[in-house]
Design a protein around this ligand. Structure first.
Ligand SMILES: Nc1nc2c(c(=O)[nH]1)N[C@H]1C(S)=C(S)[C@@H](COP(=O)(O)OP(=O)(O)OC[C@H]3O[C@@H](n4cnc5c(=O)[nH]c(N)nc54)[C@H](O)[C@@H]3O)O[C@H]1N2
Ligand SMILES: Nc1nc2c(c(=O)[nH]1)N[C@H]1C(S)=C(S)[C@@H](COP(=O)(O)OP(=O)(O)OC[C@H]3O[C@@H](n4cnc5c(=O)[nH]c(N)nc54)[C@H](O)[C@@H]3O)O[C@H]1N2
Ligand code: SF4
Ligand SMILES: [Mo]
Length: 760
């Protein structure tokens, strides 16, 4: 029997954010349960935690747990630390901040991307944002590691992002085509997308086709057909389908004429030379003079031409068709082109902005507009693409708007000298090319201080100069907002289940401690402490949902509030579809820009490395890291494409040390027997995957669930180098490149060429 049961949450960035119920006995959490609430007037369904949330106890009490503030005494990465007091830690941070601000200015300070705690409202990286705003600001970032390329693509094409319909809208669809969208693994919460997909599919009886190099859990669970294709080639498939649609009069010409720019010469801007319309490109009247026939697409994608023709007929002969992409296809070196090209299928067939159709974007989800901590204004306006932080340390003098997507200034004036990392393993594990990052961080004269706040001794924690133990969700009171659902929204009020372990502190208290040493505590805290801020935010939530009890202690006890979705099923771009003159898009022409003049201009002004290209049309762009194209990496040496799908064992690297989860879903290299056999690799063998950037060891999963020529090494495994620098942990970022995508300057972490051998 437990002494008490309290509500808590799983905070990680799978995006769902599930409630959990913690059974506490003698100050220890002895059991974790999921949402047990019954259907009532407020809640329509349970939000069930997945295996990771249910295994939280094992992670919080793991041997890697950090308990005391520490100062590094070995080299960065060695993991040698000495315990220090909180006061000493705050002194070191405050004096370095003062020194850096005096010498280089606030622009030399940066908070690295980190999503390990997006669930907390008060325990959130916003506290560092607020602290730094109070202290004169810091360098900003734009983009994310999740959606950099698709974000840019949708902005040029539709003038906005998040243009999809709800997944439940497939009740109205006659066909569903999902490109690299693995909801069954990336949206695992019981309150979320998977349930809606199952129910909608049952009701609509629409055929579901999954296009993915992997036979994913989504393909296995929901699809009627799996079409494997080579990574990075969706745009070629889209062009091949477009060819069939155009040649057989299956395009919706009325839609194209009224709503789009650049399909054919009738809607092309008059000053653009002939041969630059989409139709020209597809039929071979453009610059490259190649008709994009199904045979042409077959050679690139690996999908038989006959199947491409059939797919074109399937998509072109019925309506509505729900075509959506996940974010795997865009996390590539040509990801911006891919994301736009997939959208051409619903655009050509007039499936945009209607019930049962979709824009080609990822499915939308319902959200309540909850409040967040006000962080004040950052006096520094300069912003780097988040993926280029290593370049901003190593090579700041070559960091410009035109070659690196810098915003707010033409040229970076100071390098990053001070790094904040909160709930971030993107210092090493989640950033590309670990060996290169390691080398950059070795030089302590470059980035002079790294302050990292963590729950566990992560890969990145070993690189911290000052390593601070943060409270976990078990050890702090907070609020959390549920994400990625369609039918409901939820507020979770999380109670502190146990006292902070060791000397762990909340991020609010840590920032307040630094502010105190800098003489700015009041400006930072507004006179409130952590728990008072939680209550303050709760009362802000009440402004959105006045039915929440006024008495906060009552809310704490109840823990979970659910509301059925307000409003109708969401159809992206519906008002534009109804009346494009009254509700134009936010593109320069107000229309869907198949031809983008902005990109046309960028292609002439931006400085790109050889092999990169910016195209005004959603063309297939063969790029580095995709076989058939001679690039820097020698294809003869590295003939296999490697992706790293988001995996059910972990959320990125978080929970990577949970042995229960490791047993349930071990880290393996997915390899087809056609690739394994000639290399003498059998299921379960230890293999070495390598390229010019590094090498990693992992056990092989020989399986027909991945297409020949392609491997997948699920991303997020913990990097564990041996003395020679060979990773023993199966971490894919030993093999990924820091070369960014052309427009967004985003992370192309699914574009990799490698070789694999059996390890003796
Ligand atoms: N279990 C779990 N869930 C998660 C996360 C996690 O780490 N673990 N992470 C969360 C976060 S932060 C994010 S951003 C999302 C990520 O969500 P996504 O980016 O959608 O996930 P990925 O697994 O990277 O990619 C989805 C699918 O795309 C496929 N794919 C890769 N390249 C291509 C391609 O060129 N073409 C096509 N057609 N398919 C391709 C992959 O094989 C994979 O099956 O997931 C979230 N959910
Ligand atoms: N090769 C490859 N690399 C990728 C991707 C890919 O698809 N392929 N995906 C990219 C994407 S989409 C993303 S979003 C990033 C994610 O990269 P990160 O945002 O770095 O995510 P995690 O690896 O989960 O690391 C989060 C850290 O936060 C810690 N943490 C968890 N909860 C708390 C807490 O409450 N408090 C504190 N202080 N710490 C906490 C965890 O221990 C963990 O070390 O990775 C990117 N990297
Ligand atoms: S990892 Fe995501 S789906 Fe799983 S319990 Fe946590 S928040 Fe829910
Ligand atoms: Mo992400």
């Amino acid at each position: 029997m437990s002494d008490k049961i309290v509500w808590s949450t799983c905070n990680v960035n799978c995006g769902s954010r599930c409630p959990v119920r913690l059974h506490v006995k003698n100050g220890i959490v002895v059991r974790v349960e999921s949402d047990h609430t019954k259907e009532d007037a407020l809640g329509t369904q349970q939000i069930r935690a997945c295996l990771r949330g249910r295994g939280l106890r094992k992670w919080i009490y793991s041997p890697e747990r950090l308990l005391y503030p520490m100062k590094r005494i070995g080299k960065r990465g060695e993991g040698k630390f000495a315990r220090i007091s909180w006061s000493a830690a705050f002194d070191l941070i405050a004096s370095k901040l003062k020194y850096i601000i005096d010498k280089y200015g606030n622009e030399a300070i940066y908070r690295n991307y980190g999503t390990g705690n997006l669930g907390g409202v008060v325990s959130h990286y916003n506290q560092i944002e607020k602290l730094m705003n109070v202290l004169g600001g810091k360098l900003n970032y734009h983009n994310s590691y999740s959606t950099a390329q698709i974000f840019q693509a949708m902005t040029y094409l539709y003038g906005k992002t998040d243009t999809g319909n709800y997944i439940s809208d497939i009740v109205n669809s006659k066909l569903v085509v999902l490109f690299g969208n693995n909801a069954a693994e990336t949206r695992m919460s019981g309150g979320g997308i998977v349930r809606d997909l199952v129910l909608a599919k049952k009701q609509s009886k629409a055929k579901v086709i999954v296009i993915d190099p992997l036979y994913t859990d989504t393909a296995a669970g929901f699809a009627d057909e799996w079409i494997p294709l080579r990574p990075g080639t969706d745009a070629a498939l889209a062009a091949g389908i477009a060819h069939v649609l155009i040649m057989n009069d299956m395009v919706d010409i009325d839609f194209l004429n009224r709503y789009t720019l650049g399909y054919d010469k009738s809607t092309m801007p008059k000053d653009i030379p002939k041969g630059n319309s989409y139709k020209d490109y597809i039929l071979g009247f453009g610059e490259d003079t190649t008709p994009k026939t199904p045979e042409w697409a077959a050679a690139i994608t690996g999908i038989p031409a006959k199947r491409i023709v059939k797919l074109a007929y399937e998509i072109g002969s019925i309506k509505p068709v729900y075509i959506a992409q996940g974010w795997g296809p865009q996390r590539h070196a040509n990801g911006e082109q891919t994301a736009r090209a997939i959208c051409m299928l619903p655009i050509l067939t007039g499936n945009v902005g209607i019930k049962g159709g979709n824009s080609g974007d990822r499915e939308a989800s319902f959200g309540i507009d909850w409040p967040t901590i006000a962080v004040g204004e950052n006096p520094v306006k300069t912003s780097i693409p988040c993926f280029l932080w290593t370049k901003a340390i190593e090579n700041p003098t070559d960091f410009t708007a035109l070659n690196s997507g810098l915003q707010g200034k033409k040229k970076l004036e100071v390098p990053i000298k001070f790094l904040w990392c909160f709930a971030s393993n993107a210092l090493i594990n989640q950033h590309s090319d670990i060996n290169r990052t390691h080398a950059i961080l070795q030089d302590e004269s470059k980035c002079e201080m790294i302050v990292l706040i963590e729950n566990v001794m992560s890969t990145s924690a070993k690189y911290a100069d000052i390593l601070l133990p943060g409270t976990s969700s078990f050890e702090e009171r907070d609020l959390a907002y549920q994400g990625y659902a369609v039918e409901m929204g939820a507020l979770m009020i999380r109670e502190k289940a146990i006292e902070p372990m060791g000397e762990c502190r909340t991020i609010f208290d840590i920032c307040a401690g630094v502010a105190r040493k800098m003489g700015k505590e009041k400006d930072f805290s507004n006179g409130l402490d952590h728990d008072q801020w939680v209550e303050e935010m709760y009362h802000q939530c009440r402004k959105i949902k006045p039915q929440l009890p006024e008495d906060f202690s009552k809310a704490l006890e109840k823990g979970l509030y659910k509301w059925p979705r307000s409003g109708k099923s969401f159809v992206g771009l519906a008002s534009f579809r109804k009346n494009p003159e009254k509700y134009p898009l936010n593109t320069p022409s107000g229309k869907i820009e198949i031809f983008s003049r902005l990109l046309w201009q960028m292609a002439q002004t931006w400085q790109l490395p050889e092999g990169d290209s910016i195209r005004a049309l959603p063309e297939y762009h063969p790029t580095w890291g995709i076989p058939g194209i001679p690039g820097k990496t020698d294809e003869a040496l590295y003939p296999l494409q490697l992706v790293g799908h988001h995996f059910k064992q972990r959320t990125h690297s978080t929970y990577g040390n949970n042995e229960w989860l490791n047993e349930a879903s071990p880290q393996t290299l997915w390899i087809n027997s056609l690739d394994a056999k000639p290399r003498g690799i059998e299921h379960g063998d230890l293999v070495k995957v390598f390229n010019d950037m590094g090498a990693t060891l992992v056990r092989a999963k020989v399986t027909p669930r991945i297409m020949p020529g392609v491997l997948s090494l699920p991303q997020g495994a913990w990097y564990k180098p041996d003395k020679e620098g060979i990773d023993q942990g199966g971490c894919i970022n030993t093999l990924t490149s820091q070369r960014p995508s052309p427009i967004a300057k985003g992370n192309p972490q699914h574009t990799n060429l490698v070789q694999v051998v059996k390890e003796k």
